[in-house]
Ligand binder design. Structure first.
Ligand code: PLP
Length: 376
């Protein structure tokens, strides 16, 4: 198969219990909602899984040392961040790790979340029986920025701040300046910082680089739990495996204590897949990012200024506040489009569009979107 054929290939996912496709299985609705790509998982990952299957027993498994080594090498190579092996705690998923971390703080402290936000962030406070503080991002020209003065106002009550960078759903990749501003607020107080960086390999704006927040400052390092996972960028969210990088010994001990009895073990196939991804030296991610950039350009042609700048991820945040319909999801479904409604992320005036689809599916989706937006 030629280098990029996998980006055009239409793969019928019906009958695989795909969350994305099952939702509309009997209707002519194309799914552009959940963050799951319609591109095949890379062959080198499937091969690693097949190789593990050559052994006939799929028992409970220990964290492979080689996996931690692969993560260390990847962080050093990709972001010039040198971490120690003992900092790494392997998890079945990022979301479980975020939830565990929120259990670590005192019950009178609150969970601060910038919004709009990936919806499990908006359940962190409830799940850990804490109060939530939402700090809406500000739209400055065509990009979403953290509202530092609002954050500072609420920082005294905050026990944990949870951010995603790159940001889901707005597609922001925060600049070093923004992260330094954030850290100056955070360092005034003794709070825990959760930095979910799962989308970091997916860069749309080539002038942007991902910067691990914890790497910026030694005091920040000791208060931050950084989450990584290869499942998003390599399209294998069904093989959950994630890393929490926790440099501070006592934070790590508290995290491990808080997770006791809550998390299932990680499957041997999941370990094998993640290690293959972290060891990837091919051009797979570059090729993917190139295609995602083209897809984003095409999407922009259709949405005009309804869309805000996507710098990273394959998710676009589209304004539909002028829609006089109560549920935009239903409105777009009438046009054959399955989108995520922004209400779920904390802003009902937007929908989220996942543009990681083969050309043919995307083109059909964009035609439908054009009509739907014209008719608003
Ligand atoms: C920002 C962010 N974090 C975490 C996840 C999910 O991670 P996991 O499946 O490892 O829990 C997603 C999935 O879309 C995401 O967008």
């Amino acid at each position: 198969m030629r280098d990029q054929d996998w980006l055009s290939q239409l793969i019928d996912r019906r009958g695989t219990h795909s969350t994305k496709w099952e939702k509309y299985k009997d209707r002519d609705i194309l799914p552009f909602w959940v963050a799951d790509m319609d591109y095949e998982t890379p062959a080198f990952i499937l091969d690693a899984v097949k190789e593990r299957l050559c052994h006939p027993i799929l028992g409970y498994s220990e964290d492979p040392e080689s996996l931690t080594e692969a993560l260390r090498t990847w962080l050093l190579k990709s972001y010039d961040w040198s971490i120690k092996s003992e900092w790494v705690v392997w998890l079945p998923g990022v979301v479980s790790g975020l939830n565990v971390a929120c259990r670590m703080i005192d019950s009178d402290k609150r969970v601060m979340v910038p919004t709009p936000s990936y919806h499990p962030f908006l359940e962190l406070a409830k799940n850990s029986h804490k109060q939530e503080i939402r700090v809406p991002l500000k739209l400055v020209e065509d990009r979403w920025e953290m509202d530092f003065s609002l954050m500072r106002e609420h920082i005294d009550q905050t026990g944990v701040l949870a951010i995603s960078n790159p940001q889901n759903p707005t597609g922001r990749a925060y600049t070093e300046g923004e992260l330094r501003n954030l850290s100056s607020i955070l360092l005034e107080k003794d709070l825990l910082i959760l930095s979910d960086e799962i989308h970091c390999p997916l860069i749309i704006d080539e002038t942007k680089n991902h910067i691990p927040l914890a790497k910026l400052d030694a005091s920040l390092l000791s208060r931050t739990i950084t989450f990584y996972g290869a499942t998003k960028a390599y399209n294998m969210p069904g093989l959950g495996c994630a890393a929490a990088v926790i440099p501070d010994d006592s934070v790590r001990e508290r995290f491990q204590k808080a997770s006791s009895g809550l998390l299932p073990s990680i499957g041997p196939l999941n370990y094998a897949a993640t290690e293959a991804a972290l060891r990837d030296t091919s051009s797979w991610i570059d090729t993917l990012n190139r295609r995602l950039r083209q897809n984003y350009e095409d999407l922009k042609q259709v949405t005009g200024d309804r869309i805000t700048n996507v710098e990273a991820t394959y998710l676009a945040w589209i304004y539909v506040g002028d829609l006089k319909q109560r549920d935009p999801k239903e409105y777009f479904e009438q046009y054959g489009l399955g989108l995520s409604w922004g209400e779920q992320f904390g802003d009902p005036d937007y929908v989220r569009f996942n543009f990681a689809a083969p050309r043919e599916t995307l083109n059909e989706g964009l035609q439908r979107l054009k009509q739907a937006l014209q008719d608003i």
